[in-house]
Design a protein around this ligand. Structure first.
Ligand SMILES: *Cc1c(COP(=O)(O)O)cnc(C)c1O
Length: 407
């Protein structure tokens, strides 16, 4: 029999929902199961799986809570002006995360591109059109970052035509700064790895009058990171919308200085002759991003953390007594800051390598994805992307896979 909630959920997936969306369906319960009117993935022959890995783009990121889906459905029924929506949502988001200004982008990578383009062209319409061809335009053309912060996503900077200058030390940084330096880029996750830490990076920017940007894509949780780095003095801060915040996977946030966000918006649709035209966010995602942030901020973060710890402990408990298996729980300091379980095994006692264990987890019913793709016989598991309860299936299957390969 259908429960009242399920019934409402099924009804709300019909195209004509009008009246039902007036708050009747609104609920704080994050029910992540989609109403089964048509099993599209089954129709398409696409494997679905339990995500015990994390917020990976290849695995489609995260699942959006019901509140977000309601806002997306709501937005899909009305026309609005794109700029007005971005203005108002930007104001609301800025207030929520204590930032001077904010805008919704198509992800953290696009926030990097928009932010950099804004720094380069300012409010000059001619220059907006000239990007990514900077030579002879009078625009600056260099962005400095540390070697220890090297990351493929920095391609998002190069999309603007700027090229990247790498440094290792404070001395090299100061020597590298010149009249062509547009921006100082920082990768939050690698703060510890680089010689120049957060605060020194911000100070260098202030000393030379050059905007600083911090890529914080995967740095929620903890929730306070949403304001920590703008308050520390970074001029621009980028977040993924579809990782820990659980907004649309193709949305993100650019936070920071009002003048720089206004300049970034010069490259954003509806304007067409821009580097940002190919990074359009639709109204559904803009609203969905705002509601995801609201929902995330309103969460009981402590209770959620405890649940993750218990789920991790449950999985560890089921496998740690197997001969040849060792488990370890840790929390990365920065980026993907969630309880993480490392399960390692002696491959003389358990006949699996890294690949074959992934494959065994993948080929069960239900299919399960775990993380940790090194060459060692060890995998990693996080539980923040699980629908609560799925930790049992993960624990049981992992035990079964390890035991059945035990010699
Ligand atoms: C995920 C990630 C990105 C890209 O974020 P999107 O929201 O997918 O565009 C950029 N930088 C870092 C450090 C990331 O982890």
């Amino acid at each position: 029999m259908l429960s009242r909630r399920k019934l409402l959920r099924n009804l709300s997936s019909l195209p004509l929902v009008g009246g039902l969306l007036g708050g009747h369906v609104a609920s704080a319960t994050p029910t992540l199961t989609a109403p089964l009117r048509r099993d599209y993935f089954k129709e398409l022959g696409i494997r679905t799986f339990i995500n015990a890995a994390g917020t990976y783009t290849s695995m489609t990121g995260s699942l959006m809570p019901e509140e977000v889906m309601e806002s997306i459905l709501y937005a899909s029924n009305e026309f609005v002006t794109l700029d007005e929506l971005q203005d108002k949502v930007g104001e609301r988001i800025a207030a929520m995360v204590k930032s001077e200004s904010a805008t919704v982008t198509t992800g953290a990578a696009s926030a990097i591109t928009f932010g950099t383009a804004g720094v380069l062209a300012g409010m000059d319409e001619e220059r907006v059109i000239q990007i990514p061809h900077l030579e002879g335009t009078g625009m600056k053309s260099e962005v400095i970052m540390q070697n220890a912060h090297k990351i493929g996503y920095a391609h998002a900077i190069r999309n603007t035509g700027a090229h990247i200058v790498y440094v290792d030390t404070q001395k090299e940084l100061e020597e590298a700064i010149n009249e062509k330096t547009a921006m100082l880029f920082f990768l939050n996750a690698n703060n510890q790895q680089g010689e120049i830490k957060h605060k020194a990076w911000v100070e260098a920017g202030k000393k030379y009058g050059i905007p600083t940007m911090n890529d914080c894509a995967a740095d929620v949780p903890p929730v306070e990171n949403l304001w920590k780095y703008t308050q520390m003095g970074f001029d621009l801060v980028c977040f993924s919308g579809g990782k820990g915040i659980r907004g649309p996977q193709s949305a993100g946030l650019l936070l920071g200085r009002k003048d720089l966000i206004a300049a970034a918006r010069m490259h954003a649709p509806p304007r067409g002759n821009t580097v940002g035209r190919s990074m359009k966010v639709n109204k559904e995602e803009i609203l969905g991003m705002m509601v995801a942030l609201e929902t995330y901020l309103a969460k009981d973060h402590e209770a959620e953390w405890k649940m993750w710890e218990q789920q991790i402990a449950h999985i560890a408990d089921l496998v740690k007594d197997i001969d040849g298996v060792t488990t370890e729980t840790f929390v990365p300091d920065l980026a993907n800051h969630v309880p993480t379980l490392k399960v390692a095994w002696n491959d003389k006692k358990i006949k699996h390598d890294n690949d074959s264990l992934h494959e065994a987890m993948r080929s069960g019913h239900p299919s399960i994805e775990v993380a940790g793709w090194g060459s060692n016989p060890e995998i990693q598991i996080t539980t923040w992307m699980l629908i609560p309860g799925q930790e049992r299936a993960v624990a049981n299957r992992l035990r079964e896979v390890l035991m059945s390969a035990s010699v």
